[in-house]
Design a protein around this ligand. Sequence first.
Ligand code: ADP
Length: 599
Amino acid sequence: MISIKQKNRKRISLFEYVAFSMQNCCGWTIVYMLLQIISAIFPTLIISVSAAFINAFIENYSKSGNTVQLVRSGGLFLFFVLISYLLPTCISFVGIRLNVNLGTAYDFLLANKRSRIKYALIENSETYELVERVCADSSGRMYKGIRNIFNAAEYIIRFAGITVTLLVYDAAVGLLAGGLLVLIVPICVKGGKEDYKAYEKASEQFRKARYLRTILSGRDSAAERTLFGSANWMNQKWETWHNEGRILAAVATKKNFIRIKIGSMISVLVSGGIMLIMLPDVLNGKISVGLYISIVTAVIGLVQLMTWNIASVVEELVVSRQYIKDYASFMSLEEETQFSEKREKINVSRVEFRDVSFSYPNCDKKVLNHVNFILETGKTYALVGENGSGKSTIVKLMLGLFKDYEGEILINGVELKQFSAWQLQSIYACSFQDFARYELSVRDNIAIGRGIQMDQVSDAAVSEAIDKVGLTNYISAMPKGIETKIGRIEDEGTDLSGGQWQRIAIARALVKDAAVYIMDEPTAALDPMSEKDIYNLIYEAMCGKIGVLITHRLGGAARTDEIIVLKQGKICERGTFKNLMRANGVFAHLYNMQRSWYQ
Ligand code: ADP
């Protein structure tokens, strides 16, 4: 079983943000870093520049009327003030560029990774939550991380600068200022961790509420919503979940506010103390008036900034750290083997399940129990059994979507796990019961059946598949033929009926020349007349191949060479239609029951 924590042994630090930023947007990152560092050093430099200006006014100008020193120090002071006003604007401008560039690169990376995650992990709730946490509002995450790191660095540099300036003049005062940081930071870190936990709980509620909103506004559920009048119930449920999330977030904000207030009171007391302690040194001339005024101004500025900002910066930093840990876990999630490996095609003549048992990840229940069967070329097989008996699970294992099974699955006598994803993909053509409805062109909807070779599918092959499923007349009458977009995502989109969509899904399987055809409930959405035609074409397509048919319509299974009957994950009967009917067991009972509905 794949555990998220196990995979995340490497120590993850905030510098992952900087590394990502440097890799994807090197130039803007360097400019941003330089501007932030200059902006952090500036307040300390301004202390001496403004002190020199004030002293020049008091010492040179008021006492002796000397303007040279005043103009020189005043000019320098003005220059520094101007730069310190311009710097935030420059940082914002560079930040916007960095945000856009990083957002694009990051979204691309996440989408790419998400599409490659191992199928078994997608069905795992722990992984699902992780993926949701990492991918929700992902665009600004990387920039936010960088911004938080440099904001924190800026405060530390500013604080250190003022503390060092104070230490130079008075060790006690410098230590007092340093103590302030030591006091505030742990409170903020603790708060940040609590905030993240609250955010995790709140986001779980918001995720559930978001899902309901999709159902409430989605087209797929519109008919049932109207028919069952379920919108009120869903609205109430949405409100409950949304409010629960909101309350969790509000409690965290309230605690955060109280912490900030306590932090600000401590800061005001400490800065007041600093001013008082320094006053005697000013009076006895140890510190110049200019320096005193400049230090006091800088301390007040820093305290104001810190009381409102440092708490949130440290807390956001903690949130960013938790997020980057999640990101690292997400990035280390196991992926499906890439198609670049082992590309030679195999002529499959036999697929065998030898004593296969299986439980889904994180579930103890055995869904398949010592299953044995052999499928051979030139024959067709039906998998039948009541809901939940394990038919779809057998297909998932056959396709290599889950590999944690007991026993052996052999393709031409070789264990399935030895085959590359590309090889497995090339062996099978499938039409799934819950087939996808791609809101793309008819052509793409069908060509996608050839997987990574979909670009090589000719128009003639697409038209042939359309012809087989009996949609030629319908699609020829569409505005752009096979290039017409289906579904309603585009303005020109044309929607299809359930049965037509099912035919498209079958055409998607038929466009591929595979060794094994798997048809899972291929006629579920079709009327009885169409059903007969579709069965004819499916049997035709499966001729000379290995054909697997999963169906509840037991009449459709009559023509297969062997029917495998499943019950609670075990094979309870197998044989030809005739033999099973003669045996008068489970299959015959189910078949006779179905037949009686039509009499
Ligand atoms: P069938 O196709 O015969 O209706 P399935 O193979 O879909 O049956 O399901 C067999 C059993 O496995 C059922 O009990 C079902 O609840 C369980 N099951 C199916 N998918 C999962 C999953 N992703 N996680 C846990 N249990 C599952």
